[in-house]
Design a binder for this molecule. Structure first.
Ligand code: AMP
Length: 147
């Protein structure tokens, strides 16, 4: 098997984020792969900006919520040694934007957390499940145990 060269970590800032991020970082170190992170804004109303779907981290916005989201991503990136150019803040539907970013950036492994839902939640679909079915590359679903 060829080694992974570019790993994309999808973060939702749940309490499990560091646990999943540590797995992605460890894989990136093991394979000497590039590590990228993505957070998709799906729950904040966007003002009428000129940004499009991808939001540049290095430009100031007058929108407080956006600045908070940028800061959170940059802090996480710093802690896990992710290059500024490999941090993606995108507005849209998480499963779509994660897969689309992976394709555009030639990612060969996406790392997501998975609550291993079942029953109705599984029928409705989780982000991890959707990414697993739509991605064009390998996907690592890190099992999360809720206490
Ligand atoms: P969920 O299926 O919503 O419980 O999320 C499972 C995993 O999908 C999370 O652990 C993240 O890896 C990823 N994810 C969910 N929402 C987002 C988001 N808004 N942006 C980036 N990744 C996300």
């Amino acid at each position: 098997m060829s080694h992974y060269q570019h790993i994309l970590l999808a973060v939702d800032y749940s309490p499990h984020t560091d646990y999943v991020a540590n797995k992605a970082k460890s894989l990136a170190d093991t394979y000497q792969a590039q590590l990228s992170i993505i957070h998709v804004l799906d729950n904040i109303p966007m003002p009428d900006t000129n940004y499009g779907a991808v939001i540049p981290l290095n430009e100031n916005s007058d929108y407080d919520l956006l600045e908070i989201e940028k800061t959170k991503l940059m802090e996480l990136g710093k802690r896990f040694a992710v290059d500024d150019d490999n941090q993606w803040l995108v507005w849209g539907v998480p499963k779509e934007e994660i897969c689309s970013c992976a394709t555009q950036q030639q990612v060969d492994l996406i790392v997501v957390g998975s609550h291993g839902r079942h029953g109705l939640a599984l029928l409705l679909g989780s982000t991890a499940n959707s990414v697993l079915h739509h991605a064009h590359c390998d996907v690592l679903a890190v099992r999360l145990l809720d206490n």
